[in-house]
Structure formats: structure tokens, C-alpha cells
Design a binder for this molecule. Sequence first.
Ligand code: NAP
Length: 336
Amino acid sequence: MKAIVLRDLGDAENLKLEECPDPVAAPGEAVVALRAAALNHRDVWIRRGQYAGIKLPIILGSDGSGTVRSVGAGVDPAWVGREVVVNPSLDWGNDPRVQGPNYRILGLPDNGTYAEMIKIPATQLAPKPSHLSFEEAAAIPLAGLTAYRALVTRARVQPGETVVVTGIGGGVSTFALQIAKAIGARVFVTSGSDAKLAKAIELGADGGANYRTGDWVQELVQLGGGGGPDVVIDSVGGETLDHAVSLVKPGGRIVTYGATTGAVKNLEVRRVFWKQIDLMGSTMGTPAEFTDMIAFYEKHRLKPVIDRVFPLDEAPHAHRRMEQAGQTGKIVLRIE
Ligand SMILES: NC(=O)c1ccc[n+]([C@@H]2O[C@H](COP(=O)([O-])OP(=O)(O)OC[C@H]3O[C@@H](n4cnc5c(N)ncnc54)[C@H](OP(=O)(O)O)[C@@H]3O)[C@@H](O)[C@H]2O)c1
């Protein structure tokens, strides 16, 4: 098979198309002929050497969709020929509240989806939603799962509640917006770009505030009708998380799943306890949450937002596009 292999850390040009041995399914595994893969920021950070536990050479990629080509012993042969999406959340463990010690994300240290084929435990597969193309289905797994657990399992967002999603330009944020709207919440967003705010409103957001040009906390309080939101979903971290503590209504919930701008230097702890805020961490999700999330996409006929599709051999261009942060939505690799 052909795959994009990273042998040396550094520039996007280090992602090279190579001929690799075809994977063979071990007991409990399936081999999937991939039709599409999608990028995550994680891939760029690994390529640059800014990620823990790097091992080389590696085939990057956490997100993928395709058709099952063969299965190993102990796997139902009915899987062969099925169109599937791959769950990148590996070995979660037995406790649904937190991942166990063997937990890892597909694409490091295990070889990932920038390839014509992948072998993976069959328990990581879910049927591809019938209304989605392979490219659309490949865009969902990592970001969709992260957003789903944050909103549904952790924040328990209810219809009619108000949710704020910070940094709507982020890959996961777009999924959070979509899922929260499908639940029936009112959703407000923040961005440093008016164009991204306009795009979010096109996608269903009820309004937004630009964090570069004004007091976004005050703007969102006013947009929401005077009180703060019930829930803030944040991956920006830093002072944005502290502002979320000011913004959320008393008794509200904040879920953090990322820290793009780093640690919170001035968290106003008194506000956290006096307002009786639930501050929750979240990361990826369990196998059951993955199945539920895919079923949610099928039930609500949701389609992920795709920025651009590149052929597999143009993976370096796809990485550069992500580094330039020009995208809205997922960057996808098409695999012929
Ligand atoms: N825990 C998990 O399972 C998990 C999974 C996926 C991602 N993550 C983490 O989540 C974060 C987001 O990842 P991503 O790939 O979805 O998004 P991303 O592409 O890294 O984008 C993050 C967004 O944050 C906003 N932002 C950046 N600097 C900001 C600032 N100074 N103030 C306010 N907003 C700012 C920007 O929004 P605008 O462009 O709209 O201005 C940007 O588009 C990363 O830290 C990532 O590591 C965690």
C-alpha cells in the first residue's frame, strides 16, 4: 500500500509518500481500505516535534473512513465490505469517567490513517452514516467525539439552555456548535475574526462576539438577554478560561478540553466557589460515546463542515493550510 510516512521531524515536506507493506489483520482486528483521512492540529504538532512520546517513523492521522477489506480470527466476517468510520480513541479502559493507563490516540504511537489501508481492532469501527460521503465521515471522529463528550456527557446540555463556545475557528468548536444546536440549545460563539463569526451564524449560531475588538464577555451577556450562559465550552484556556468564569451564570457549568493559549494565570477562584460553578475537564471519549455520537450525526442528518479536500499525496499542502490557520472546518485527504 501507499502511505504518507514521517521519518524526520520538521517541515511539511517531511511527509513523504512511500510504498509500505500491506497490513494483515491479527485476531480481533480488521483491515480497512481507507477512502479518506482528516487532519487534526495534533498531526502538525507531532510533525514539528512538539508532542510527547514521539516515535519515528510514523504514519500520522487519527481520522479515517473506508471499507472493511478483511478481518482476523474472532471477528464477524459480515464486517467485510461494510463502509465504516474509525474511532481513534484506543484502549479507553473500564472507567467511563476517565481513560486508563493504556489510553492513546490513533496516529501516534500506532500508525494512523494517512494511508491506503489500516489495521485496527474491529471494536474501533462504526458503520458510516448513510447520508455522508467518505470525506464527510472521515472529518468527524476525533473532533466530533471530543465535542460530544464535552457537551452531552460532561455538561449535560439541555434543550433551551444557552451555550457559549469560545474560539469558533477551532476544529472541535464547529462540532460543538453543531451538536449543541441539534440538542436544541441557544449557542453564542467567540472568534478573533468577523468572517468566522458570520460563518458560524450561517451554521446556526445565534450570535457572536469578536474577542479582539471589544469586551466579548459583556457583549455575550447582552446578546444572551442579560444573564450569563448555562454552559461555556472552552479550548482556548489562558485568560479566556478566567473570563468564562466571569461570564457563566451562577450555578453554571464550564467544560475545558484544550489550552491553546496555555495556563490560566489569574483564575478568580472566589468567583468559582461563590457562583457555585462546575468546572469540568474532558478529553476525547469512550467507545459507547463514539457509537452514540455517530448515531447522533445519523439521526440529526448532520454534516461536518469541510474546508478543503486534498489528494493523499498532497498531505504537505494540507498541513501547510492548517499551519496558516486559514481554514473553517476540516481539512481532508482523499484516498483513491
Ligand atoms: N482534549 C481533547 O480530546 C482534545 C481534542 C481536540 C483538540 N484539543 C485541544 O483543543 C484546542 C483546540 O483545537 P482545535 O484543533 O479544535 O482548534 P485550533 O484549530 O487549534 O483552533 C483554536 C481556536 O482558538 C481560538 N483562539 C486562538 N487564540 C485565541 C486567543 N488568544 N483568544 C481567544 N481565542 C483564541 C481561535 O479561534 P478563532 O479562529 O475563531 O479566533 C482558534 O481558531 C487545542 O488546544 C487542542 O489541543 C483537545
